[in-house]
Design a protein around this ligand. Structure first.
Ligand SMILES: Cc1ncc(C[n+]2csc(CCOP(=O)(O)OP(=O)(O)O)c2C)c(N)n1
Length: 821
């Protein structure tokens, strides 16, 4: 192999000096020093786990979950990595991260303390609980780094098994980079698809549906994934007999095993978690085939121990037998590796004793440094507030009240920022009504801290880079005099064709997207034109369609992932919410996955084709933009806006719009609709109706009828739900009409209530109201089937008419008598 870790002496092991450990990997050479190095990383990692647990029990950290018991397997696994590779794993992988040089001991402890400084806690800036690992993949301007030159870790999640869906895309990207000639220039992301996506998962998490869906998908996609299962026999307290058929993952997985000579299926391995040479041999053999042949592999690591139990929340003595505990002590990986090294003459006991002593001290020093780095800024803030409140106490009429809260802060042994803030408020309340210079200084200081704390704890939900979707310039459609009037789906088709031509890294995928060009023909004919990898059919597997897209987008591709109908997005909502929506936030802007999710909804019929459950979506995917275009030209404009940005987005097309006629804009390739800018569909002076999607047409029809009885309705299409009316255009309308109806086909209190809150509370619209604000939505139940079922389940022209009319009746009963009851 071209680069090796063996020459680095022990003093430069990761964990010693922050930032010192450059990610180098791929050491297949077994020298004494490289083996000793592996042992020392494993030993230090164990010490970090032991110390970490103590830090929780002494109250310095809130929760601990550690990688003890997995150390030996992970130093062996690290040898299989090369630059450009990706990890998608979970909270047991600290040793792997140390061994790859992707995490130092200080950084490990910084995360334990939830240090919000991204320089010192580079995995998540204190946003994820301990042992949720990630690497920085973006430059300060938000562009991708040279990922093919680095070892990369996608950002971990807590929900068990959630690392699996994106692993599909991380692996599949290598295949696309190898097989699509148009991607040859993208060496920042790949060198000929040589990169392996390494997954890790616990045995019990393999009982999750996502695991099986992902394993099946990778097998179908023939992609270079190497998955390790750390099998310690339990999922917290529940043993394998309650988790896995036959209590044995290897047995259940055996159907995935490929036949000799075949490219279909997996290579499967089983190896003991304490057997260092066998682990090294297994990984180095396995990875060669995965990398070279793109045949995926699963390494089932058995006989794994968990010396400290699951986490700091409980003790494993409660559920493990004495015999099991005794076995775990005997088959502890560190102990076994130590015995093996001595037996092989690699090291002597005394030499190892000395190194262990030195390393244990080193870990304590790193922990201490991390603790001080975490505490010092907060201590400084406390000092400042103690000084400012001392001045306030001197100036105040009732200084003793201020002094009391001040002393409480002084006495607090380990104050946090929230304690400092609570002191400020209590001191200001105590001096309320007095005009004191010290109070002003305290308020000014707090304001500065508010800005810093906003950045520490709430920044980077969406992109704030130059590529933010909010920066994309609007390009309105331009129509030639003889613009053809065509079906809505043909407008989309023309746009997708232009986008596929323009962007070689654009990949469209989903159920029925390939051969037939999706169930409504938006991609019709485009697979034939761009090939089966650019416009691709997938299996029926919504969760991993989204996961696949996330992994691909992390590696520089631009997927448009289709969920065939809006109702089926529920299958993928967990991964959209937990992974995609939180990705930028949970890495404080160090990772991005600009996935576009395409789906169709609104005005469908029937219980599982309602197409209207928008509130369930918008409340769970903050971090993803949600566009609800009323026609296909608008939809194309949203796709174009999102494709020019580095934000993820969901576009909900109107199902019954595919066969409605639209004029084809001459500039369909360039049309871009800005996000968060509502469109005024009809002017009116009496009532504002705020709606979106398919309800726009219904609102317009009702407005026609209302005009006949002298009511002028202003109809506004919000166009995007996230973001919502960024410039307060709806408020401008409300200022004119002073009456408002929020209309949609979601459940009562769903998206209509969300829109109402946006306008009345966030925009301050309540002060402009002359009438009670109203919402009109669908019924609480899913819609009944058939046109009459739809009519009585969702708003229609007549109910919109009545809702608006009743608002006018309330204001002026004489002019607008109720004539229909
Ligand atoms: C979806 C979900 N359900 C439950 C949990 C709570 N939980 C956290 S870890 C865990 C057990 C996981 O066991 P396993 O996959 O064997 O991994 P191990 O912790 O043993 O390494 C459970 C149930 C969770 N995090 N996510």
């Amino acid at each position: 192999m071209s680069f090796s870790l063996m020459d680095r002496d022990a003093s430069s092991l990761p964990g010693q000096v922050p930032g010192e450990a450059e990610p180098e990997a791929g050491n297949a050479q077994f020298t004494k020093s490289s083996i000793l190095r592996d042992y020392r990383i494993a030993f230090r990692s164990r010490q970090a786990s032991l110390l970490g647990r103590r830090e929780v029990f002494t109250g310095k950290a809130k929760f601990g979950i550690f990688g003890d018991g997995k150390e030996i397997a992970q130093v062996a696994l690290a040898r299989a990595f090369r630059r450009g590779d990706f990890r998608s794993g979970y909270y047991r992988d600290q040793t792997l991260m140390f061994a790859l040089g992707l995490l130092t001991l200080e950084q490990f402890f910084a995360q334990l303390y939830a240090h919000p400084d991204v320089e010192l806690e580079p995995c998540s800036a204190g946003r994820s609980m301990t042992a949720h690992f990630a690497t920085c993949m973006l430059n300060p301007d938000g562009s991708f780094k040279e990922l093919s030159e680095m070892v990369n870790s996608s950002a971990d999640l807590s929900p068990t098994g959630s690392q699996m869906p994106r692993l599909v895309g991380l692996a599949y990207a290598s295949r696309l980079y190898r097989e699509l000639p148009e991607l040859a220039g993208m060496s920042r992301f790949s060198k000929n698809g040589e990169e392996v996506a390494f997954g890790t998962i616990g045995n019990a998490s393999c009982a999750e549906g996502m695991f099986w869906e992902a394993v099946n998908a990778v097998g179908v996609l023939k992609s270079p994934m190497l998955l390790s299962i750390w099998d310690d026999g339990y999922g917290i307290s529940v043993p394998n007999e309650h988790q896995i058929t036959k209590s044995d993952l290897s047995a259940v997985l055996s159907g995935f095993q490929r036949a000799p000579g075949s490219r279909e299926g997996y290579d499967l391995y089983a190896v003991k978690g304490w057997d260092y040479p066998a682990l090294c041999e297994t990984y180095l053999n396995a990875v060669q085939i995965v990398r070279r042949e793109h045949v995926p592999a699963i390494v089932h690591v058995i006989e794994v121990t968990q010396p400290q139990g699951h986490s700091t929340s409980g003790s494993h003595e409660r559920y493990k037998s004495k015999e099991r505990l005794a076995w775990e002590a005997e088959f502890d990986g560190l102990r076994k590796m130590r015995e093996w090294m001595i037996a092989q003459g690699i090291a002597e006991a005394a030499e190892l004793d000395a190194l262990e002593k030195e390393d244990a001290q080193l870990v304590r020093d790193c922990q201490q440094r991390a603790w001080e780095a975490f505490r010092n800024p907060i201590e400084e803030e406390r000092k400042t507030v103690l000084a400012l409140t001392a001045e306030l106490a001197r100036e105040a009429a009732h200084g003793e009240e201020v002094e009391k809260v001040r002393r409480e802060l002084e006495r607090n042994a380990i104050p946090l920022r929230r304690d400092v803030m609570a002191t400020i408020q209590a001191a200001l309340v105590a001096t309320c009504g007095e005009e004191l210079p010290a109070a002003r200084r305290l308020i000014d200081w707090k304001r500065q801290q508010d800005v810093l704390n906003e950045d520490r704890y709430s920044s980077d939900l969406y992109s704030t880079t130059p590529e933010s979707a909010l920066n994309v310039r609007a390009v309105p459609p331009v129509y030639a005099d003889d613009a053809p009037l065509i079906n809505g789906f043909e407008v989309l088709n023309a746009f997708f064709d232009s986008a596929l031509r323009r962007m070689p890294n654009l990949i469209a995928m989903g159920e029925d997207v390939g051969k037939i060009g999706d169930v409504n023909q938006g991609f019709a004919g485009l697979q034939a034109k761009y090939g089966p990898l650019r416009v691709a059919d997938t299996g029926i597997r919504e969760t991993t369609i989204i996961g696949q897209a996330i992994g691909m987008a992390l590696r520089g591709l631009r997927p448009i992932a289709e969920i065939q109908y809006l109702d089926y997005i529920l299958y993928a909502l967990q991964i959209l919410s937990d992974d995609l929506a939180s990705l930028r936030y949970r890495t404080k802007g160090q990772q991005k996955a600009p996935v576009i999710v395409r789906t169709r909804g609104h005005r469908l019929e029937g219980i599982w084709h309602a197409g209207s459950e928008m509130a369930g979506i918008i409340h769970l995917v903050r971090g993803i933009y949600v566009c609800v275009p009323r026609n296909m030209t608008q939809a194309a404009g949203f796709y174009n806006t999102l494709l020019q940005s580095d934000d993820p987005g969901i576009v909900v097309e109107v199902l019954n719009g595919y066969r409605l006629k639209e004029r084809l804009p001459a500039n369909i390739a360039e049309v871009a609709v800005p996000l968060g800018v509502p469109e005024l569909l009809r002017e009116g002076s009496d009532v504002t109706v705020v709606t979106y999607g398919a309800c726009c047409r219904i609102a317009m029809e009702a407005a026609e009828r209302l005009a006949e009885v002298g009511i002028e309705t202003e109809v506004i299409d919000v166009q995007t739900l996230l973001p919502f009316d960024r410039h307060g255009r709806i408020l401008e309308s409300l200022k004119k009409t002073n009456r408002i109806l929020f209309l949609d086909e979601d459940v009562p209190g769903g998206t209509s209530a969300y829109m109402m809150r946006e306008v009345l509370e966030r925009q301050g619209g309540y002060v402009w109201l002359d009438s009670e604000p109203r919402t009109l939505s669908g019924k609480e139940h899913r819609p009944a089937y058939g046109s009459d079922g739809d009519y009585w389940s969702k708003p229609n022209r007549e109910t919109v008419f009545e809702a608006v009319y009743e608002i006018m009746h309330e204001a002026d009963p004489a002019s607008y008598p109720i004539f229909y009851q």
